[in-house]
Design a protein around this ligand. Structure first.
Ligand SMILES: [Ca+2]
Length: 464
């Protein structure tokens, strides 16, 4: 019977799903600033509607143990773009201005060298002052639109000497005020419509939802049921969700949804001072930077037809896995310098268990804010951490105690010893603390205006 022959063929195809997919898919990487683990509908949030991000999860893989090993903004992004623990290139804390290495390709350069049109929209905060997006592998970057100017400093998002510029209202090409996140979404649509017939890699890393949200209009906040302490932030998250809606629309319009990996994540945990939530975990930005909520972030991979849909993946992974996963998907191989794994093999079940048996933290740069110091290990359900070298280790069972209220170090000394020993072995493989160059006068990071800035060298983005 023909039907009987068909079943094994279909089954074989299912097992080899990534191979059956488009040969060179597009990639849209979305990296939200300070978005907490508990602030999306698909992660249990009830007061902020996020239907489009929830749809990504429904049509993809929702990761429940996705980590930032190098918080906050700057180190997180450096680790992401290099596909490595930041300590592999001497980054042990914020260290803004520390160059990213040039002896190994950034994610953008790797994809550019493999025939991709590479574009960036939004906040950069990577590398030294002369390492802007156009210098490290992006072919085009959305210009930074002019911001609305307030007459009185007290109305601005930032009270500083530079003037009364808005953080979240820009002036668009038509001369009208527009919410910056919304403007970014239009830029995403423009990029995809322009490059729909090529293979593209788009990296959107908005200012959203970094503080301060004091300008958030009621037209956004009013769509939530959030309480006053998080109502402004909630409006900012609603706008992010709107842009995911635009993104899905433009992909569908050009029949690219199945040919495009959409990867959605956050650069570090929730900002408690804005009312951000790490639920069911505790901690986050500003206060609680030794706790789980500072480093565990929402992460969704969506690629219908290639990845399973509506799946939850509970294995340990980190943001440096994104590079390896994207490289494997687009080129079939992973650059040698990468610390990450091809997550698709775990999502599709080809590989069982955690993508990483252990994840490590060593964020103790002498010049960084001490409140962010963190030395830690994750293994299975366990979290071992301390703030300073001299401190005793604390051990928590995150499954039984997600709020980290019961230190079990005294109860499990052998486990503490084993995990600490693993950390010590890992730490020996790292580079020494990097030095930030003293003077670099040229700042090439964020061009001003509307439209796109292009890399100078035709056919080959970046400096080398
Ligand atoms: Ca951040």
């Amino acid at each position: 019977m023909k039907q009987n022959h068909l079943i094994p063929i279909l089954f074989a195809c299912f097992l080899a799903l990534p191979i059956c997919a488009a040969e060179k898919p597009n990639v849209v990487l979305i990296y939200i600033d300070d978005l907490g683990y508990g602030d999306l509908g698909c992660y249990g949030c009830e007061d902020i509607p996020t239907p489009h991000i929830d749809r990504l999860a429904k049509e993809g893989v929702r990761c429940t143990a996705s980590y930032i090993t190098n918080p906050p903004c700057c180190p997180s992004r450096c680790s992401l773009i290099m596909g490595q623990y930041g300590q592999r290139f001497g980054k042990y804390g914020m260290s803004r201005g520390l160059p990213i290495p040039e002896d190994r390709p950034t994610m953008a350069k790797y994809l550019s060298d493999n025939g991709y049109v590479t574009g960036h929209i939004g906040k950069w905060d990577i590398g030294s002052k002369i390492q802007g997006p156009l210098q490290v592998g992006f072919a085009k970057v959305a210009k930074n639109p002019p911001r609305k100017t307030y007459r009185q400093a007290k109305q601005t998002a930032k009270k500083n000497k530079k003037g009364n510029n808005s953080k979240y209202f820009c002036i668009n090409r038509e001369g009208k005020e527009q919410w910056l996140t919304d403007y970014d979404g239009d830029s995403m649509v423009d990029f995809i419509a322009t490059h729909k017939d090529e293979k593209f890699f788009l990296y959107w890393s908005p200012e959203a939802v970094h503080s301060s949200h004091r300008e958030t209009p009621e037209s956004l906040s009013g769509r939530t049921t959030a309480k006053p302490n998080r109502r402004k932030l909630a409006g900012g998250i609603v706008s992010v969700d709107d842009q995911i809606g635009k993104l899905l629309n433009v992909l569908e319009k050009h029949n690219l949804r199945k040919d495009t990996l959409v990867l959605f994540s956050s650069d570090n945990g929730a900002n408690g001072s804005e009312g951000g939530s790490s639920a069911p975990y505790t901690g986050g930005k500003g206060q609680g930077t030794q706790k789980e909520g500072w480093v565990r972030v929402p992460t969704i991979f969506s690629m219908p037809g290639t990845l399973p849909q509506g799946k939850e993946y509970h294995g340990l992974l980190a943001n440096f896995d994104f590079y390896s996963t994207i490289a494997k998907l687009t080129t079939g191989k992973i650059p040698q310098h990468c610390d990450g794994k091809d997550l698709f093999t775990y999502f599709t079940g080809t590989q069982p268990g955690d993508a990483h048996e252990y994840l490590f933290w060593l964020n103790n740069e002498p010049g960084d804010a001490e409140r962010r110091h963190l030395i830690a290990v994750r293994w299975q359900d366990w979290r071992l951490y301390k703030k300073y070298d001299k401190d005793p280790w604390q051990l928590f069972d995150l499954q039984a105690d997600p709020r980290e209220e019961k230190n079990l170090a005294a109860k499990h000394p052998e486990l503490v010893r084993q995990l600490a020993a693993k950390h010590a072995v890992w730490a020996k493989t790292l580079a020494p603390l990097g030095k930030i160059p003293e003077t670099e006068k040229t700042d090439t990071r964020v061009p001003k205006g509307h439209g796109w800035n292009l890399a100078k060298r035709k056919g080959k983005a970046g400096r080398n």
